[in-house]
Design a protein. Structure first.
Lengths: 113, 112
């Protein structure tokens, strides 16, 4: 069965630190990849997505992610985090153009000023 | 404002009660979803409807019963739930297969 792994469950950073959150998936075929963010008390919203083309994807609020097919990974990065980035981040994979979007367990990010 | 509205936002019910969660999307999307979000677990896909037809039932117990009367509305009927069913239930819609999901703010369910 397809699965998504997010190895960092809780990350604590100071403002201006760099961020990288890991995401690995298990599926050998075509995938669509997503990162969603859930700010405290708010709904899940899309941060960025990869369908095809340039494997380095830029999203909102300075986030980017790189699809590395050989590593089955889609890590999220931001060069300099802000306090307002405090949120929970979810990686999600749609495998084989199905109707299923499979989510990871999420990574809670806390940024201190 | 997400374009996907869920009511009620909070629900407390006993194990013998019958209640329903409602979801409405104002985005003109063709597909609607129910997900369950529990602490420290991945979001669990429960049901998928495409053009008002159920296309996915992800081995969900029969005490959860979905209904999709039209492409804008989705219900989750609840009866004889268990305390372990307490969770945040998220509704989402999508314009197409394999596309981006747009989520509502969720209905927080507590089963006593």
């Amino acid at each position: 069965a397809q699965s998504v792994s997010q190895h960092n469950h809780h990350v604590i950073l100071s403002e201006a630190a760099s961020l990288e959150l890991g995401c690995n998936y298990s599926y050998g075929g075509t995938v669509n990849l997503f990162w969603y963010v859930q700010y405290p008390g708010q709904h899940l919203q899309l941060l960025l997505k990869y369908f095809s083309g340039d494997p380095l994807v830029k999203g909102i609020k300075g986030f980017e992610a790189e699809f590395i097919k050989s590593k089955f990974s889609f890590n999220l990065r931001k060069p300099s985090v802000q306090w307002s980035d405090t949120a929970e981040y979810f990686c999600a994979v749609n495998a084989g153009n199905t109707d299923k979007l499979i989510f990871g367990t999420g990574t809670r990010l806390q940024v201190f000023p | 404002e997400t374009g996907v509205t869920q009511t009620p936002r909070h629900l407390v019910m006993g194990m013998t009660n019958k209640k329903s969660l409602k979801c409405e999307q104002h985005l003109g999307h063709n597909a609607m979803y129910w997900y369950k979000q529990s602490a420290k677990k991945p979001l669990e896909l429960m049901f998928v409807y495409s053009l008002e037809e159920r296309v996915e039932n992800n081995s969900v117990p029969s005490r959860f019963s979905p209904e999709c009367p039209n492409s804008s509305h989705l219900f989750l009927h609840l009866h004889t739930l268990q305390p372990e069913d307490s969770a945040l239930y998220l509704c989402a819609s999508s314009p197409s297969w394999a596309g981006e999901l747009f989520f509502g703010e969720g209905s927080r369910l507590t089963v006593l």
